[in-house]
Design a protein around this ligand. Structure first.
Ligand SMILES: NC(=O)c1ccc[n+]([C@@H]2O[C@H](COP(=O)([O-])OP(=O)(O)OC[C@H]3O[C@@H](n4cnc5c(N)ncnc54)[C@H](OP(=O)(O)O)[C@@H]3O)[C@@H](O)[C@H]2O)c1
Length: 283
């Protein structure tokens, strides 16, 4: 059965990422507005979501999960324990719970919810324009139908990629989840360099952003490795060769590698903290 026919989705913690998911699901017609329920503690936020998207909104997280086939946890990590304790008693065996919470492991989710059918995912911020990439993994207890639902929900944020090994989700948190941060920092540095050489800031901004978007699209469409694309534009004694010399001298590659490793270590630390804080739901 296609998930598009009968999917009922509940989203707990309807913030920025959740709203991107809501917009994507409705645009895909993966779910009718009436089948999409979002919970949020603030009335103004609930009213805004209902008005903007025509979805059902609720103050109670536990009530929101009733009748949903898939429940999305989109709260900040520090709220996760509390929210899991709230919804755990309301879950039924047939439901799947999909988390986008950074660092939250399958074990944290399964223990915190007292529920076996859990999915851990890591999207990234281009999801705001449906150009995100999400890496996800499902617990062994998830059925093929539940995986299909997870695929449809995460597809609302852009591209999704299922992996068997949960460690890849932790690693993706450092590479693609945190990835926009590295590229925004590079963008900012290049814009400042443009201003340093004499460009008005706005023009420097437009040149840098268009160069990054164009280069990324070109690399995505090309069969060549980025190193080959770079070699193709590096003429003997040319400007690229002079620039690359400085990039290597400044340890660009190792700095980026260190940044990814630091983000990965932090992901593991946050994951361990969440596991420690998670106690089994009260009987
Ligand atoms: N943003 C990204 O690019 C990104 C990428 C990958 C993963 N993630 C993960 O996605 C999750 C959400 O991130 P976000 O950027 O969407 O954050 P966000 O905008 O702060 O969304 C979380 C929402 O949950 C609400 N909330 C607070 N307490 C709640 C409760 N008890 N019950 C239900 N809702 C509650 C918050 O309300 P208030 O506004 O009133 O606090 C907020 O609107 C995080 O765990 C993050 O790790 C985000």
């Amino acid at each position: 059965m296609s998930p598009r026919r009968s999917m009922r989705v509940a989203i707990v913690g309807a913030g920025v990422m959740a709203e991107a998911m809501i917009a994507g699901l409705l645009a895909d017609r993966a779910v009718a507005p009436a089948q999409l329920v979002a919970s949020h503690p603030r009335r103004d936020r609930r009213e805004m979501l209902a008005e903007r998207h025509g979805i059902t909104v609720m103050a109670s997280n536990a009530e929101a999960v009733h009748e949903a086939e898939i429940v999305v946890l989109a709260v900040k990590p520090q709220m996760l324990g509390r929210v899991m304790r709230e919804i755990a008693p309301a879950l039924t065996d047939a439901q799947a719970v999909l988390s986008i919470v950074a660092g939250a492991t399958l074990r944290t989710l399964a223990v915190g919810l007292g529920h076996a059918a859990v999915v851990r995912s890591m999207p990234n911020t281009p999801a705001q324009i449906r150009r995100g990439i999400t890496v996800w993994t499902a617990a062994a207890a998830c059925t093929s139908r539940q995986r299909e639902l997870a695929r449809a929900v995460l597809g609302a944020l852009g591209t999704q990629h299922e992996v068997d090994d949960e460690e890849f989700v932790a690693m993706a948190t450092a590479l693609s989840g945190t990835g926009p941060t590295y590229l925004f920092a590079v963008m900012e540095a290049l814009i400042d360099a443009g201003v340093h050489t004499g460009f008005p800031r706005e023009l420097a901004h437009d040149l840098v952003v268009a160069t990054l978007v164009g280069s990324a699209e070109y690399a995505a469409q090309s069969d060549l490795h980025p190193a080959q694309l770079r070699n193709a534009v590096t003429s003997p004694g040319g400007t690229s060769a002079a620039a690359i010399y400085e990039l290597e001298k400044g340890r660009l590659r190792t700095v980026l590698s260190d940044a990814v490793w630091a983000a990965y270590r932090r992901t593991l630390e946050l994951g361990a903290q969440l596991e420690e804080q998670t106690s089994p739901p009260e009987e």
